[in-house]
Every structure is written in C-alpha cells, then in structure tokens.
Ligand binder design. Structure first.
Ligand code: ADP
Ligand code: MG
Length: 261
C-alpha cells in the first residue's frame, strides 16, 4: 500500500474567535465566531463593506490585538501562551503585514522603511546591511519605485506609499502575508506589478496571502474568496449564487432553501 502524503500543516488557524470593543456603555462585536484555516500557498480574499471587521480580523490574526475568546494557532504555535516578546518573535519569523493606512515611518526613506523588518529580525552586521539595502531596492523596483528609494513618505503619494508598505511586508520573505486593502490606492501598471509580485511569491516561495479587499480586480487572483459581514465570516455571496443557485445566504452562513422542482 502506498504511503499517505501528509497534508502541509496550516500557517494560520483561527477557531471560535470573538472580538468585542467597548463603546461607552454599549459595544461592538467586531468578530463573531470566526473559523479560518490558511495553508501554505493559499491566496484568500476577504471581502466586506467598511466597518464589518476586516481590519480587526487581520489585527487579531497578526497578533496585534488580542481576541476576547477563541484559539489562534500560527505556524503550529498556540499563541495564547506567548508573552509580548514571544508574539513579536513569531510575527517577525512568520508574518508580513500591509496596513490599511500604510504606517510608514516619516523620518526614514522609502528604502529604509522597507529594510526595517529585516534589520529587526536579523540584527544585521554591516556587510549584511548592504545586502538588505540591495534587497529593499530590488523590491521597490518590482513595484515601480526604483527612482524613489531615497524619498521620505511625505514626498510620496498614497499609491506610492502603499507600494512601499507592500515591499516592506515582503522583504523578510514571510510565509504568511496579511494585507489590508493593499490595492485600494493602485491603478493601471502599479496594480499589475503588485498582483504579479504577490503571484510570484505565492508560486515561487509558497507564500500564503490573506487579503482584505473591496476591489473586484483583486479577486481574479484569489484561490478562495470569503465574505465578512457584521463580523461573521463565510463564503462570498456572489460565489455562492453562482455555485449554489438554490441556496440563500444569510450573514455568510448557507441555509438550504429548498426549491420545489
Ligand atoms: P473594516 O476594516 O471592515 O472597515 P474594522 O475592523 O475597522 O472594519 O471595524 C469593525 C468594527 O469594530 C467597527 O464597528 C469599528 O468601529 C469597530 N472598531 C475597530 N477598531 C476599534 C477600536 N480600536 N476601538 C473600538 N472600536 C473599534
Ligand atoms: Mg479596515
């Protein structure tokens, strides 16, 4: 009998995740009972209207905010037992993040912003520092910013800043990229370059992507599309309508609506 081939272990596993924010006397359930598994090489798009929990999902999955309940396992590590330095080490080892509002450091050039995660991770010595510079320059060139290496963020427009944030997320060759609406400010050739870069990372390094988006152009590259409505994650309505025309979708859950033949 042939030997069973072991499935790759998930890079990210969220089970029963809840996130609640207090707003004075009341509160908001930003995430309700989230279950999500991401394997190496996945390209998962999470769609959903503004205010429905996309950023919160990535912040929780990326260890930037704690969940109120549930289990979060990253690269086989149950994160509940980690202290701050353990979380930081796991993040630097595994995750690249593209923030919705970029979070570039204003006093640093585009190239130095991109290099930063690598410097933090490797505590580089001088010769390696030049390697990091070269790698940052190469990534910036791949997103069309070869002539902007020495610009500070104040001199960059939103689309350029977004591309610097994308290059920064990829410089450590992370196995998991969490990207919050990463193409929202891109059009034309910039969009094409970024999508090509994501696809190349996925194909050549097996990088997994979780990408929140309201951008239909992004969805063509996704291997799976999910919908986040009112903090609940499920299949995307448009896909369900196409694949399961006889099912009704309520808040991402599929309820079989029996249709008489
Ligand atoms: P999206 O990214 O889909 O626009 P968010 O995750 O930013 O949605 O927000 C989901 C909900 O959680 C919203 O109602 C928002 O107001 C609330 N929220 C997000 N972050 C915070 C916070 N730090 N404090 C309080 N409420 C928050
Ligand atoms: Mg958001």
């Amino acid at each position: 009998m042939g030997k069973a081939i072991a499935a790759p272990s998930p890079l990210l596993q969220l089970d029963c995740i809840h996130k609640h924010y207090r707003h004075g006397e009341s509160g908001v359930h930003a995430l309700c009972d989230i279950h999500l598994q991401i394997d190496p090489g996945d390209m998962v798009a999470v769609c959903g209207p503004s205010g429905h929990g996309k950023t919160t999902l990535l912040n929780v999955a990326g260890l930037l905010e704690p969940a109120n309940a549930g289990s979060l396992v990253i690269d086989g590590v149950e994160t509940a037992g980690l202290d701050e330095s353990g979380r930081t080490a796991l993040r630097l080892r595994t995750i690249g993040a593209v923030f919705q509002c970029f979070k570039l450091i204003p006093v640093m050039t585009a190239r130095d912003n991109v290099m930063l995660p690598l410097l933090l991770r490797q505590r580089l010595t001088r010769p390696q520092h030049s390697d990091a510079q070269a790698l940052a320059a190469e990534l910036l060139a791949r997103v069309g910013l070869a002539s902007h290496l020495h610009y500070r963020p104040a001199r960059l427009d939103h689309g350029q800043s977004q591309r610097v944030a994308i290059a920064r997320a990829l410089i450590t060759q992370p196995r998991l990229v969490l990207a919050d609406e990463p193409t929202s400010r891109l059009d034309g050739s910039a969009l094409r370059m970024v999508l090509e870069l994501f696809t190349a990372c996925q194909r050549e390094q097996g990088t997994a992507f979780v990408i929140t988006t309201r951008d239909q152009r992004q969805l063509v590259r996704a291997s799976r599309t999910l919908q986040l409505n009112d903090g609940r994650l499920g299949p995307r309505q448009a896909d369900l309508a196409r694949h399961f025309p006889r099912h009704a979708v309520v808040h991402g859950a599929v309820h079989a609506a029996r249709v008489e033949a």
